[in-house]
Design a binder for this molecule. Sequence first.
Ligand SMILES: *Cc1c(COP(=O)(O)O)cnc(C)c1O
Length: 393
Amino acid sequence: MEQPGYPASADPAFNLTGGPAGATAATLAALGRPILHHLDPAFGALYQRTVQLLQQAFGTRESPVILPGEAVVGLEAAAASLIGPEDVVLNLVSGIYGRGYGAWARRYAREVVEVEVPYDSSVPATSVADAMRARPDITVVSVVHCETPTGTVSDLDAISAVVAEHGALLIVDAVSSFGGIRCDFTAWQAGLVVTAPQKCLGGTPGLSLLHVSEAAWAHMTANPAAPRGSALSILDWRDAHLAGRPFPFTPPVTDVYGLHACLEQYLSEGADAVLRRHRAAARAARAGAEALGLTLWARDPLVRSDTVTAVRMPDGIDEREVRSRARKDSGVMLSGGQGDLARIVLQIGHMGTGAYPLGPVIAVTAISRALRSLGARADIGAGVEAAVAALDA
Ligand SMILES: *Cc1c(COP(=O)(O)O)cnc(C)c1O
């Protein structure tokens, strides 16, 4: 008999993916506001206020940059703007996003060297130090904080210390970590950090949010190849919030409304409370997935992300089938493996709106139901019990 399902035409009841994750109610309400002209003083004031809130959230001395374009635009812009024809880049690869960054770096650098590790681990700071000793001419290091498809994190505290000691600049992809995992841009002495609203902040995909350190601005200004008059130009958007500065081009007005709303929410909840919420959801997702009978992708607990959990499928089960059944029968949208990990690995996102207590419980239930309908074993009761116990721990 056909199970009562969830209509394919409907919104998923639960977006528990590796992002874009769902937007908060406050963000959604803000998106419905009338469209102001970008030169309307009311928009100017809102934009300026949004930059101030972002700076507060980043906890930095420098004004952040809001670059129009989904996070990948900000990441490519960082490579185009910061990496010049004289630069030697050390690209750290512990997953698919890191591998992709190498392609951008090669487009602009004199040379790119890479340290690559298996995608269930992350590059140790000692390997970074070794690589930099071997190549004292390295000027820029690029690293992904959280590799979303595999749910692994790099130790930015240790890596940034090595990079700073060497006097190089750091490009950090913090798209799926900022707002879910502690990020200390100042202590990291990071050159340039790229994040976005649509993962941990409960905002929309459409903007890149950049912290650019003083050293990174200096390097970028001195880079003769840094783009100007281009969608990839970070220099064009520097201080765009200041009164009397024309925008290089029209900012996506509605996305700015959404960003303003989700930052207000983030700041009023408080960074520490937000991190605790992500940590609790992560604990629940891991405990629930293991108790229902799945294996976590990353064996080392120290590299497991608090924003997304990657799980291995049982032998003979294709994660695409599990996801499609979870969506169809339970109204739960999950995300899956990419590249070599397609069919094998499934992600439970617990970021932003997914990082609420029962998010992982719902994911565990939907996955169990899907596994059973595919003829695999899944202990739903044990999964739910373990997830709830982890929340209450
Ligand atoms: C989501 C994400 C991005 C942005 O990429 P999209 O594929 O455009 O969503 C970049 N880096 C990481 C680590 C991400 O999780």
